[in-house]
Design a protein around this ligand. Structure first.
Ligand SMILES: [Fe+2]
Length: 146
């Protein structure tokens, strides 16, 4: 089983709405781990519900980020959105993996690898730079945005 994911201070983008959504994503993935770890008859159903929520919330959250980018004229909107779109395909793939593997530690490890690690890396590598640009509206932030 994976360790719980933690929202560390290095993950702050300094946009309150986006930070709260990132915290919610991390909380919800931990809920999914818990449902799997607890096991029992309801584990399959709970894991399925939890993963469904996580998928929908990921889409909702990406839309919020994309709206912010659009409103502010962020120059690498298309590239950032493509990264999101590709990830949503991965997340939808996890639904199939849950059906295949069941609510097992093996599935939880896959979620850690394909979802949690990706999200944390994306926040630190891409979202922080994007929001930094949005908060400062350009200037010399144009380099190394992604
Ligand atoms: Fe993003």
């Amino acid at each position: 089983m994976p360790e719980h994911a933690i929202f560390v201070p290095a993950l702050y983008t300094h946009n309150e709405t986006i930070d709260n959504q990132h915290k919610e994503l991390i909380k919800r993935v931990n809920d999914l781990y818990d449902a799997i770890e607890k096991g029992g008859d309801a584990a399959g159903e709970k894991a399925k519900e939890s993963l469904e929520f996580l998928t929908q919330y990921t889409v909702f959250h990406f839309q919020a980020e994309e709206n912010l980018m659009k409103q502010t004229g962020y120059p690498l909107f298309t590239q950032h959105k493509k990264i999101h779109d590709d990830f949503v395909i991965t997340v939808r793939g996890l639904v199939d993996k849950l059906n295949e593997l069941g609510p097992t530690p093996e599935f939880a490890d896959l979620v850690e690898k394909e979802f949690t690690a990706w999200i944390i890396n994306h926040i630190q590598g891409t979202d922080i730079k994007t929001i930094e640009w949005i908060n400062n509206k350009g200037g010399d932030q144009m380099q190394n945005l992604l």
